[in-house]
Design a protein around this ligand. Structure first.
Ligand code: NAD
Length: 500
């Protein structure tokens, strides 16, 4: 391992982290149960962001590729919808087993394609595996309104049916995990899938398709790699796609919802966030500072629920900032293969690296105080210093903007009323946290916050049993839990006149 010293932070690098022959997925698109060459023959390069090296190339998908995948999903949908919940559950259990058996390979591939430190890649694969396990169980316990005579002489039965063909579009921050969050409930509910991974990070999703191909009937799961504006848009507009689900930025979600409007298909949107962290004067400040270290910098802050915007009571702001700066100053930055202590990896791409640097330049130009970090770290790779920005006034641009990097800003408030109002003053509504030892506040404040998840004295703790999803600009629809299974199915009322 070499250590490159750059100011306060150094980047740990490993020369022993290598691609193992056989790790990469086969070339081509995964359509109708097998890998087939893309129709155009064009490819897109895949980079390792920890080094900037090209590590693979995948097919640049076309409208024709997408249409072929949709046709395969249409052909497969009747038989898959007719399978019993037990059968589908058994398949999901087997997929979980395959992920477990190939855990090291998938962790390595995810780390290669994203630069994630080992701890994050390990958590991603563990969570993907648990998503399939939980959903396998949940698939067998869906409920609906009891059958009964709700109108005289008529018996009502509620059927829960699959929606049909589901188009799925995933982001680059947790490539396999975000795919798992969709594939598991979409298949469990009896739908067939055409999934487009992010153009930056398709490797683990393609690998999963290769590994589980024998478990699924041809056409039930199809993967088409390519640009959002080509493959993603086609999925959103195609008349044979019954629902389109995207995890991504607000702008991409708006485009998908717009394209989907032409066929009035159902839309499921998991979009960006800018999570406020409200620290009251009675909070355990050390716990809050440690919580922000972990939840603000997990996955290098490339996390839709990241604890990135602290609102702290003015009376404890100085003490809290001191603790936070101390926590963040000791964060270990590095690439894959540098040990489980490494916490912060690189930005996903040169373009994103430049976007985050631009946000830092803007913060400096606005006169905000950089308490720690604030700059890119010299290459190779796209590393940014873990950064804390203080002295942020009410209404500052940085408070509403999703930076999606290792950057946490700190503002102060005076009253509970102001804390709630300022926390809600964002176009996003994905997640928030409240730090307090006051029992009444821990119950009352979350109710007044406009976010799909609110933690109390915690941040970024997720479980498959409970829903994840946003309000306002963060979208609608829920991932995880029984709510996801409901989102990916439809209810039909059958009413039988029995003439009694
Ligand atoms: P992105 O919006 O750039 O891309 C997401 C996906 O959308 C990619 O596959 C992309 O190809 C596709 N896409 C882009 N334009 C499209 C179009 N016109 N039609 C159809 N598809 C299109 O997002 P990203 O940079 O990959 O991911 C980061 C974003 O994702 C952040 O905003 C983050 O907050 C969000 N995110 C949200 C959640 C959540 O659960 N709410 C989880 C992870 C990431």
């Amino acid at each position: 391992m070499t250590v490159v010293e750059t100011g306060r932070f150094s980047v740990r690098r490993s020369s022993s982290f290598e691609q193992v022959p056989g790790d990469l997925p086969p070339a081509g698109q995964f359509i109708n149960g097998r890998f087939v060459p893309g129709t155009s023959g064009d490819t897109m390069n895949i980079e390792d962001p920890a080094s900037g090296n090209v590590v693979a190339a995948v097919a640049a998908g076309t409208v024709e590729d997408t249409d072929a995948a949709i046709a395969a999903a249409v052909a497969a949908k009747q038989a898959w919808a007719a399978a019993t919940p037990k059968h589908r559950s058994d398949v999901l259990h087997r997929i979980a087993g395959i992920i477990e058996d190939n855990r090291e390979l998938l962790e390595r591939l995810e780390a290669l394609n994203t630069g994630k430190p080992e701890a994050v890649a390990e958590d991603d694969i563990t969570s993907a595996l648990d998503t399939f396990r939980f959903t396998a169980g949940a698939a067998r316990s869906l409920t609906s309104l009891a059958a009964g005579d709700y109108a005289e002489g008529h018996t009502s039965v509620i059927l829960r049916e699959p929606v049909g063909v589901v188009g799925v579009i995933t982001p680059w921050n947790y490539p396999l995990l975000m795919a798992a969050w969709k594939i598991a409930p979409v298949l469990a509910a009896g739908n067939t899938v055409v999934l487009k991974p992010s153009e930056q990070t398709p490797l683990s999703t393609l690998k999963l398709a290769e590994l589980i191909a024998a478990e699924l009937p041809a056409g039930v799961l199809n993967i088409v790699t390519g640009a959002g504006s080509v493959v993603g848009q086609r999925l959103a507009e195609h008349p044979d796609v019954d629902l389109v689900a995207i995890t991504g930025s607000v702008g991409s979600g708006q485009k998908v919802a717009g394209s989907a409007a032409g066929t009035v298909k159902r839309v499921h949107l998991e979009l960006g966030g800018k999570a406020p962290v409200v620290v009251f004067d009675d909070a355990d400040l050390q716990a809050a500072a440690a919580g922000v270290r972990s939840a603000g910098f997990w996955n290098a802050g490339q996390e839709c629920g990241a604890a990135c915007r602290v609102l702290v009571h003015a009376s404890v702001a100085e003490k809290f900032t001191e603790l936070l700066v101390r926590e963040v100053s000791s964060i270990i930055v590095g690439g894959p293969g540098t040990g489980t202590e490494t916490e912060v990896g690189p930005m996903i791409s040169r373009a994103h690296f430049e976007r985050v640097q631009e946000a830092l330049r803007q913060a400096k130009a606005d006169g905000l105080n950089i308490a720690v970090g604030g700059s890119a770290i010299e290459g190779p790779g796209y590393f940014i210093e873990p950064t804390v920005i203080t002295g942020v006034p009410a209404g500052a641009g940085i408070s509403g903007q999703e930076i999606f990097g290792p950057v946490v800003s700190v503002e102060t408030f005076g009253t509970d009323e102001e804390a709630v109002q300022r926390a809600n003053e964002t176009p996003y509504g994905l997640a928030a946290s409240v730090w307090t030892t006051d029992a009444a506040r821990s119950l009352n404040i979350p109710r007044r916050l406009d976010f799909g998840t609110v933690w109390v004295n915690s941040h970024l703790v997720l479980a498959c049993e409970v829903p994840w999803g946003g309000f306002k600009g963060s979208g609608y629809g829920r991932d995880l839990s029984l709510y996801a299974l409901e989102d990916f199915s439809r209810t039909k009322h059958v009413m039988i006149n029995h003439g009694a």
